[in-house]
Design a protein around this ligand. Sequence first.
Ligand code: SAH
Length: 368
Amino acid sequence: MLPSENEIPQTSASEVALLPLITDLTRDQLAQWCIDHESSSYRADQIRRWIFTKRVNDFDAMHDISKKFRDLLKENFRLFSTRIVKHQTSKDRTEKLLLALHDGHHVECVLMREPKRNTVCISTQVGCAMGCVFCASGLLGLTRNLTMGEILEQILRLDRIIGEEERVSNIVVMGIGEPLANLSALIPALDTLNHKGGMGIGARKITVSTVGLPVKIRELADVNKSYILAVSLHAPNDTLRDQIVPTNNKIGIQKILDATDYYYVTTGRRVTFEYILLAGVNDSPAHAHELACLLKHRNAHVNLIPANGVEETGYKTPTTEDVDRFFMTLAKGGVNVTVRKRKGDDIDAACGQLRLNREKEKDLVQIQ
Ligand code: SAH
């Protein structure tokens, strides 16, 4: 039997900042630490196996490591740095965690179950600086980047909640924050998820969603791991995109498309374009025609996301008829298109909403 999340060590806020988080070290850094402490790099691989595949909750459970070395690990590292503040389970078995970080800030992560896959959605920042007008995550601005270990810990927490026979099979980096604004932590985190000595999840099962930062898209392409890139386009022209995705003002759609073309050529991986449907804003047949013209000669995939209403933003989700009409216009225009399935409707609300509600509960902020 796996422990329930209540049995997983819940580090208290005063304890947590004391020791470095072991998952903040890359495999090579941990190997070097082991060598420096009179062991071998093989020891690092053993430790990582216990953490990433054998789901241990404390160093003492690492049975093939000597007690002396386990004590050394305990003196020098913390295995977890977060506390589960809220755990919601929806009717469709989607699970959502609100995690408190060592400095009292919060992030969210979600586990979505489907018959043949278990997808985890993770956050990369506390808050977000991008300011997309429909999004709950950016309403309070950016507080800080997550570390590599904090990014990985979201998956480790959910992996320990999931049933014993189940495993996390897919990762979507679509939680709070702009992942490409935190590439220095994201790339080694993805590497650990992908690597056989880490979680061993194939690159084509890892999706990184970005607001569209061309220089960073090229940097990710050059890592050349064939992760799936999803770009939050949300509008077919700059005039409209400038209004709903403020970062577009300085960038423009063309530079983003040039960068996604580079991503496709470099990795061989078809790019996904996410398109949130906001009732009366970007969901008309004319918008769909314009989007089809932009993308039909590209090997691209469009994922339509009917908006989750966020009370503070005032944006609304379109009717099913409007979503269908938009879908059909794109499909007839020669674009490969799908509509995102909604999961965890009864617990979810929109991305970043749980954290936002928590901040409001604490009465820390006033949302205008
Ligand atoms: N910053 C990244 C990833 C985080 S958001 C990005 O912009 O892609 C993940 C996806 O959820 C993005 O496509 C984002 O635009 C979308 N999203 C944000 N708020 C939403 C809402 N209220 N309803 C539906 N989708 C939303």
